[in-house]
Design a binder for this molecule. Structure first.
Ligand code: GN1
Ligand code: MG
Length: 372
C-alpha cells in the first residue's frame, strides 16, 4: 500500500541522504503498514531501493536497546543458521552511527530493500499463511539456543497479560477522556475473562514454560515472502524481539491472520476464527520449529486466546486514554479494533475443542513425519 510520491516528503528524503545510499533520492513514498513506526520506500536514480523508518520514541524510548538486540540476534543467526535465515541489516549513517538522531526527538534507520520480496497485509490463501508460519517458526527454531536473558526488554512487560489488566484498570479509574460510559460492555467482557486470559502467563510464572528469544509481533506483514515462489524469505520488524514465550508468537499470528476479517472491521458479523487458516499456521509453525517442548505445544491454542484478549485490552486501554499509543485513522478506531479482538476471542471460546484437536493432530503428524 504505497501513498504519494516524493512531494511532501522532503524531510524524509533529507534524512535518507544521511546514509550511504547509492545515488540520489529519486522517489520516496510512505508504506502504510503498522500502527507504531512510520515506514518509507526510498528509490534512488540508480534504481537502488531502501526502507527508511522513523522509530516512535513514545513506544520505544530506548532506541539503543533495540539496535543492540538486533545486532546480537543478527550475529547469532549469521553464525548458527547456515544462511537459512535471511536477516535485514541496517546501514550505519555516514558518520558511523546505527541510527540517525534528527535532534528533534526523532530516530531514523535505513536498510536495503530485500529484492523480489513482498509484504502482505493479509494472507490471500491458506498457503500464504502457512508460509508466514514457516517464517516465524523458522525464526524461533534458529534462535532456539540463543541466550534469551541477554536480550534487553525493549518494552517492559510487553506480553505480561496480568500487567496489561493492571494498566487497563488504571485507565478505567482515570477515565481521562470521559469515554468509560460508552464502553461498559467491552469493559465487562474483558473483566469477566481475566482469569482465562492470564492462564498462559501464570504457567510462565510457575516456570513451566521455557523463556525463548521471541519476536512478539508476528503479524503476517512482519514476514517477507518471495514475490515469485511466495515462500517465506525473511522476518522483519525486530524491535520487540525480547525474552518471551513461543505461544506469544504463535498466538499473535493467529489473532491477526486467522481472523476472517480485518483487525479494524466495523461489521462484527464478519469476524470469526478461520479454522482452516488456524490449521495451516499450526502445521507450518510446528514443521519449521521442531524444538518446542510438549508443554509449549500444548499451550499454543492458549497463546492464541491470550494474545487476542490482551490485544483487545490494549486497544481499549488506549481508547480510554485518548489514543496515545496506536496510530488511528478515524474516530473510535481503537474501539473498533478492540471489538474485533473480543469478537474473535468469543469465537475461539466456541471453537476451543477444535483448536486443541487441530494442534494435537498437527503435532502428531509432524512427529510421525520426522520418524520416517
Ligand atoms: C503494533 O506496529 P505494528 O502494527 O507492527 C503493536 C503490536 C500489536 C499490533 C496490533 C510495539 O504492531 O504489539 O499487536 O500493533 N506493536 C507494538 O496490530 O506495540
Ligand atoms: Mg510491525
Amino acid at each position: 500500500m504505497h501513498t504519494d510520491i516524493c512531494a511532501g516528503f522532503a524531510p524524509q528524503a533529507e534524512i535518507a541522504r544521511r546514509f550511504p545510499i547509492d545515488g540520489e533520492v529519486a522517489s520516496l513514498s510512505q508504506i502504510k503498514s503498522g500502527h507504531i513506526n512510520e515506514t518509507y520506500l526510498v528509490t534512488t536514480d540508480k534504481g537502488s531501493r531502501y526502507i527508511l523508518q522513523w522509530i516512535n520514541r513514545y513506544v520505544f524510548p530506548n532506541v539503543e536497546a533495540i539496535m543492540q538486540n538486533m545486532s546480537a540476534i543478527s550475529a547469532f543467526l549469521r553464525q548458527h543458521s547456515q544462511g537459512k535465515m535471511a536477516m535485514i541489516s541496517y546501514m550505519d549513517t555516514l558518520d558511523g552511527r546505527n541510527y540517525y538522531d534528527d535532534g528533534k526527538g526523532g530516530a531514523w534507520r535505513l536498510y536495503r530493500f530485500v529484492p523480489d520480496s513482498i509484504c502482505l497485509q493479509r494472507a490471500e490463501t491458506a498457503e500464504d499463511f502457512y508460509e508466514s508460519a514457516r517464517g516465524f517458526g523458522g525464526f524461533q527454531y534458529a534462535l532456539r539456543d540463543f541466550p534469551a536473558e541477554q536480550l534487553k526488554e525493549t518494552i517492559e512487560k510487553f506480553h505480561d497479560t496480568p500487567d496489561r489488566y493492571r494498566k487497563f484498570r488504571e485507565a478505567i479509574e482515570a477515565d481521562d477522556c470521559g469515554r468509560l460510559g460508552e464502553v461498559q460492555g467491552e469493559v465487562n467482557f474483558a473483566l469477566e475473562r481475566e482469569e482465562r486470559s492470564c492462564r498462559l502467563q501464570r504457567l510462565r510464572q510457575e516456570g513451566r514454560l521455557p523463556i525463548r528469544a521471541t519476536h512478539n509481533d508476528t503479524k503476517i506483514n512482519n514476514v517477507l515472502l518471495d514475490e515469485n515462489t511466495r515462500k517465506a524469505l525473511c522476518v522483519i520488524d525486530l524491535d520487540t524481539v525480547m525474552p518471551g514465550l513461543s505461544a506469544h508468537d504463535f498466538g499473535d499470528a493467529i489473532r491477526f491472520g486467522a481472523s476472517t476479517a480485518a483487525e479494524d472491521e466495523t461489521d462484527l458479523g464478519k469476524v470469526r476464527l478461520n479454522l482452516d487458516y488456524f490449521r495451516a499456521f499450526t502445521r507450518g509453525y510446528l514443521e519449521a520449529c521442531p524444538s518446542l517442548t510438549d508443554t509449549e505445544v500444548k499451550v499454543l491454542a492458549q497463546g492464541a486466546y491470550a494474545m487476542t484478549m490482551e490485544c483487545g485490552i490494549r486497544f481499549l486501554t488506549d481508547y480510554l486514554m485518548g489514543d496515545k499509543y496506536f496510530a488511528i485513522d478515524r474516530e473510535k478506531h481503537n474501539l473498533d479494533r478492540c471489538r474485533t479482538q473480543f469478537k474473535l476471542a468469543e469465537d475461539m471460546e466456541r471453537k476451543w475443542e477444535e483448536m486443541e484437536s487441530i494442534v494435537a493432530e498437527e503435532y502428531e503428524r509432524v512427529k510421525a513425519a520426522a520418524m520416517v
